[in-house]
Design a protein around this ligand. Sequence first.
Ligand code: DP6
Length: 324
Amino acid sequence: MFAAVRAHTNIALVKYWGKKNEALILPMTGSLSLTLDAFFTDTRVAVAKDLTEDEIVMDGKRPDDRSIDKIRRFMDLVREKSGNPAYARIRTENHVPVASGLASSASGFAALAAAASKAYRLDLSAPALSRLARRGSGSASRSIDGGFVVWHKGHDDASSYAEQIDPADWDIQMIIVAVDRQRKKISSREGMRRTVATSPYYPAWVDAAESDLLKMEQAVHRHSLEDVGRIAEANALKMHAAMLAADPPLCYWEAGTMTAMQRVWALRNDGVPCFFTIDAGPNVKIICRKKDTDRIVSDLSDYFSAGALTVSGPGSGIRFREHF
Ligand code: DP6
């Protein structure tokens, strides 16, 4: 009645932004991501009959009430599915470089889904685990597998899951530019709700996302860094355009976000193939080849501190472990 799991985070190259079912976390569109090696979460779950509620320790302390609430609701789902009403001791450590400014809900719920389902003896297949992780946080469905992963939007709980489409065993890297390390002011959950409800560009985003996904899958299969990068950058800009048109407007960018974007464009003008993507926060993730990493990092070092730049290769899927 104990399990320990490591899960890596992922960055979407074709974004998930908007739900058609809030309770089940069914997305409006399919999405595609790259799992990253440099960022992961280790989680242990031990079922304990003596507890009167789940005991949760995150990075050595009690997390905030919002996180506790989300984790407890997720554990209730695991208890319901397993028929075992016992509570659990949950210990989780996020190995996300402090400087990266990356959120950890994708790796966090992927690790929790895998560890909890094993501790409660659910015996789930990879797609079933992805579906379970999805109930914690949509993007977590894409962190069960490594490499390039597609989350099929599906039409119900059974059909909405993610799976690997390519192991990413070719030359692709990401440089994470931490523009601001503070927790974002408007969560993805709230931001997407507002965009769906009020942005006049939201229907255009849905159309664009569907066709970007098809093009991106083909680009990944061709191992074309240029096409993957170009589609990812355009897709992120379209998502941010829909956000900007929401009421009240959602602008996750800061001055440093724009600086990083402009450096990417300038480097590209100089013949360096690099492209950016941006999520619901100010940080910028740059897609490039290994051999160009030093050149890009050295260019960015004129604008950002060395600690704000993290380089990562593709990461693997979840791993069960003996202990941490
Ligand atoms: C911009 O998965 O954090 O990173 O499902 O409400 O928990 P919830 O949202 P979340 O949203 C991620 C949004 C994104 C794009 C992406 O990862 O696809």
